[in-house]
Design a protein around this ligand. Structure first.
Ligand SMILES: Nc1ncnc2c1ncn2[C@@H]1O[C@H](COP(=O)(O)OP(=O)(O)OP(=O)(O)O)[C@@H](O)[C@H]1O
Ligand code: SF4
Ligand SMILES: [Mg+2]
Length: 282
C-alpha cells in the first residue's frame, strides 16, 4: 500500500456558512497502481487530490492519510505551475536537485522534447509541450505518485492521447502510481486500473475499472457511462445528459445528494435518515 485515505473531510467557512466540498472520502492507492477519481465539475476531485500533498489552505481538514509518498502534480493548466520567467532547464534542475545538463537533456528526450527545449521559457512552448515539461519534472523528482488533475482538458484530442500515454509509460518505467482526476469515464477506461466515482464530495461507487464500467450500479455512474461518446452509437441519437447540475457544497441536498437529479429516486432517498444507495448495497 502506497497511500490510504480514510474518512477525509474538507470544510471551509464561506461568507459565514459552512461549506463541506469533501465528505467521508476513503480510498487507497497501491504501489504502481493506476487509480482514477471521476466526477463532474465541483464534486471535490481537485480538493481531494490537493489535500494528499498538503496543498489545501484555510480549510478544516479531518480524517487520516496513511503513507507519505513523494508526489508530483500535473495540472490542467501547466502555466499555473511552471515559472514563466525561468528557463525550462532551470525548472527541471530544481526538481532534480542539481543542475546537470546531461541529465536534463535525457529527461527532455524521455518526454519526447528536443534538448534545446532546456533553453526556452514556458511561453515559447505549446500546451502539450508544457505538459511534457511537467512530466519531465515529475520524472526528475523521482515521485512515487503522479497526480494528473485534468491534465489534458485544454489540449486537442491527439495531444491528449500522447500526454496520457506518456504519463502512463513513464510511471510504469519508474514504478510510480498514477492518480488520474477526470470527468471523462472514457479516459478512465483506457488509463486506470481502479476507479472512484465522486459526486457532491462523496465517493458513491468504486472498484476495478472493468467491473464498474461493465456493470455500473450507482445511478450517477450509470449517467456518466451513458454520457461517454461512442463511435458505434446509432446516428441521430442524442448523447445522454444527466439532468441538472451539481449543487454548491454549502447546499448539499438532504438525503442522497444525487436525489434531485436521479431518474431512479424513491421517497426514501430524500429522507434525512437515508444512508446508502440501494443500487450499490451489497
Ligand atoms: N479554497 C476554497 N474555499 C472554498 N470553497 C472551495 C475552495 N476550493 C474549492 N472550493 C469548492 O469546493 C468544490 C469542489 O471543488 P474542486 O475544485 O475540488 O472541484 P472539482 O471536482 O475538481 O471540479 P472541476 O472538475 O471543475 O475541477 C467547489 O464547489 C469549489 O467551489
Ligand atoms: S439513493 Fe436514491 S436518489 Fe440516490 S442515487 Fe440511489 S436511487 Fe438515486
Ligand atoms: Mg478540479
Amino acid at each position: 500500500m502506497l497511500l490510504e485515505v480514510k474518512n477525509l473531510r474538507i470544510a471551509f467557512k464561506v461568507e459565514g456558512r459552512l461549506s463541506v466540498p469533501v465528505r467521508n472520502v476513503s480510498f487507497k492507492i497501491d504501489k504502481g497502481e493506476r487509480v482514477a477519481i471521476v466526477g463532474e465539475s465541483g464534486c471535490g476531485k481537485s480538493l481531494t487530490a490537493l489535500s494528499l500533498g498538503g496543498l489545501v489552505d484555510r480549510a478544516q481538514i479531518s480524517g487520516t492519510i496513511n503513507g507519505k509518498p513523494k508526489i508530483s502534480y500535473i495540472f490542467q493548466n501547466p502555466m499555473q505551475s511552471l515559472n514563466p520567467v525561468m528557463r525550462v532547464g532551470a525548472q527541471i534542475a530544481e526538481s532534480l536537485g542539481r543542475n546537470d545538463k546531461k541529465e536534463i537533456e535525457k529527461l527532455l528526450l524521455d518526454v519526447a522534447l528536443p534538448p534545446e527545449t532546456a533553453k526556452k521559457y514556458p511561453c515559447n512552448l505549446s500546451g502539450g509541450q508544457q505538459q511534457r515539461v511537467m512530466i519531465a519534472m515529475a520524472l526528475a523528482a523521482e515521485s512515487d505518485l503522479i497526480i494528473a488533475d485534468e491534465p489534458t482538458t485544454a489540449l486537442d484530442v491527439i495531444t491528449q492521447k500522447e500526454v496520457l500515454d506518456l504519463v502512463n509509460r513513464v510511471a510504469k518505467e519508474r514504478g510510480a502510481a498514477v492518480l488520474l482526476i477526470t470527468h471523462n469515464l472514457g479516459l478512465v477506461a483506457r488509463y486506470s486500473d481502479t476507479v472512484n466515482v465522486m459526486y457532491a464530495g462523496e465517493i458513491v461507487e468504486s472498484g476495478r475499472v472493468e467491473t464498474v464500467l461493465k456493470n455500473p450500479r450507482h445511478p450517477y455512474t450509470q449517467g456518466l457511462a451513458a454520457a461517454v461518446p461512442r463511435l458505434d452509437a446509432p446516428k441521430g441519437v442524442a448523447l445522454y445528459d444527466i439532468k441538472g447540475t451539481v449543487p454548491a457544497p454549502t447546499d448539499w441536498p438532504t438525503g442522497c445528494a444525487f436525489s434531485p437529479r436521479c431518474p431512479k429516486a424513491e421517497k426514501s432517498c430524500f429522507e434525512p435518515s437515508f444512508s446508502c444507495c440501494p443500487h450499490v448495497k451489497n
